[in-house]
Write a protein that binds this ligand. Structure first.
Ligand code: NAD
Length: 484
């Protein structure tokens, strides 16, 4: 079955593109073209925004009750649940995530988000009445913001698309999604499911395109809010445009998270945990714990255990269920990671595992060797900059205060973990590290709770009632004249 497409989803139908430009989706494993889809132009974005604008200004969706919208999203959830394996496979095909990761985070996790948002929407205070100060009562309403531009990255494409589209829909907004050029395929399946669920025409529109067309979408006067996940560099540019135009904006950006290994941690369990939290999605994860902090007393033991763990990980074909590390999404990303591996050596870090060159047994595909650096100073660029690949740095600390200081010595503040035999000590560290999410002997994302970044890791939150609130405007109504 071909994965090729020749149209965009605009105004509830498959619309012919304005130009003949195409995007080639290339398997990072085989380096072969797996699909050709149209590449969006500014004209396609204009058509999508016009449809979303009409659907918001004149259509039924914003005027339906929250309960009516919940019903449609519930139908979408049911349809989505039936296609999880297909969605996971599509994402592994288009961006090379190991299938073990795809069947956990690339489609089941988005579906769990939908279910969580449905529960949150049912309990959400869409309209509440409060005792007033001047009059007997004030009505507080949460209304949709308007037309939302949703811009996801390629690394977890459905995860970051659903996190925007679903709360936007539940709150009564309309949406234009601009998938990353590397990962358009999953959004075609999503569009089919939205249509089948009964989402009205124009409420969700999808145009895959690159950065320049993304800039056109962000600056478009028909857009009321931008919801973006991607690099901090792009986030700064988008924030500047939204600031100038006073558009609502939420930004989920990069990270350089630290895993603090306390001396009382069970080392074997910690290593098992780090395999996932440091190297999930082949290291292409914003929350990856890429700085491993070990005490000077325990340093050699941690480096040795990590070296053994990482060198034993299975690297190869992402479609193989045994694979733990797959290829990088694109050749450009492979080159970027390799540059950082060379830089680490130039900066004086000690290469313990990995290094540049193809992993054993592979002769094509955009692979890099999972790499561990020891003797890393936190001021080195490999410890400060997001590499976005399977490259870990082990950094020594003197005591717990020093570990917290090093964890916080970063422009980023997205996530963190602490590994310890003492849960209370773990909670104490969790409270002191400036990051939006934190795990004690684990890292997870619970969609009941807000997710997002401190500092350069972003503005705003996704998930939880806080994530739904980002798609609403607050309105106060004074229903009676105050008694003067
Ligand atoms: P990117 O910033 O290059 O691109 C992200 C998306 O934005 C793509 O769709 C791209 O086409 C578009 N884009 C880029 N510049 C734009 C601009 N100026 N205006 C409008 N659209 C623009 O990032 P990427 O390489 O695709 O993804 C990797 C980055 O995403 C990493 O930095 C990672 O940490 C971050 N990320 C963050 C989270 C989070 O929740 N905090 C989650 C996943 C990924």
């Amino acid at each position: 079955m071909t994965l090729d497409r020749d149209a965009f989803y605009i105004d509830g139908r498959w619309a012919a593109p304005a130009t003949s430009a195409t995007l080639q989706v290339v398997s990072p494993h085989s380096e072969q073209v797996v699909a050709t889809v149209p590449e969006g132009s500014a004209a396609d974005v204009d058509a999508a925004v016009a449809a979303a604008r009409r659907a918001f200004d004149e259509g039924p969706w914003p005027r339906m009750s929250p309960e009516e919208r919940i019903e449609v999203v519930q139908a979408f959830s049911g349809l989505y649940a039936a296609r999880l394996a297909e969605m996971a496979d599509l994402i592994t095909t288009e961006m090379g995530a190991p299938t073990s990761f795809s069947n956990l985070a690339q489609s089941p996790a988005p579906w769990m988000q939908i279910e969580a948002f449905l529960g949150i929407a049912r309990a959400f205070p869409w309209e509440e009445t409060r005792p007033g100060v001047l009059g007997p009562e004030v009505i507080v309403r949460r209304e949709p913001v308007g037309v939302v531009a949703a811009i996801p990255p390629w690394n977890v494409p459905q995860f970051t698309t659903i996190s925007k589209v679903v709360p936007a829909l539940l709150a009564g907004n309309t949406v234009v999604v601009k998938p990353a050029p590397e990962t358009p395929l999953d959004t075609y399946l999503m569009a089919e499911l939205l249509e089948e669920a009964g989402v009205p025409a124009g409420v969700v529109n999808i145009v895959a395109a690159g950065r320049e067309v993304g800039e056109h979408l962000v600056a478009h006067p028909g857009i009321d809010k931008v919801a973006f996940t991607g690099s901090t560099a792009a986030g700064r540019k988008i924030a500047a445009v939204c600031g100038e135009q006073l558009k609502r904006v939420s930004l989920e950006l990069g990270g350089k998270s630290a895993a603090i290994v306390l001396d009382d941690a069970d080392l074997a369990a910690t290593m098992e945990g780090l395999k996932f939290v440091a190297l999930m999605n082949s290291g292409q994860a914003c929350v990856a714990q890429t700085r491993i902090l070990a005490s000077r007393a325990n340093y050699d033991a941690v480096v040795e255990a990590l070296a053994e763990t990482v060198s034993g990980m299975v690297v190869g074909d992402p479609a193989d269920p045994a694979t733990e590390i797959g290829p990088m999404v694109a050749q450009r990303q492979q080159e970027r990671v390799e540059k950082y591996i060379a830089l680490g050596q130039e900066e004086g870090a000690r290469l313990v595992v990995g290094g540049n060159g193809m992993p054993d047994g592979l002769d094509r595909g955009w692979y890099v060797r999972p790499t561990v650096f020891a003797d890393v100073d936190n001021r080195m660029r490999i410890a400060q900059e997001e590499i976005f690949g399977p490259v870990l740095s082990v950094i020594a600390y003197d005591d717990v205060d020093d570990a917290v200081r090093i964890a916080n010595d970063s422009d980023y503040g997205l996530a963190g973990t602490v590994w310890t035999g003492d849960p209370e000590a773990g909670l104490d560290v969790a409270r002191r590290v400036r990051a939006g999410t934190y795990g004690v002997n684990t890292y997870t994302m619970d969609f009941a709770a807000p997710f997002g970044g401190f500092k350069a890791s972003g503005i705003g939150r996704e998930f939880g009632p806080e994530g739904l609130a980002q798609y609403t405007e607050l309105k106060a109504i004074y229903p009676t004249a105050p008694a003067m």
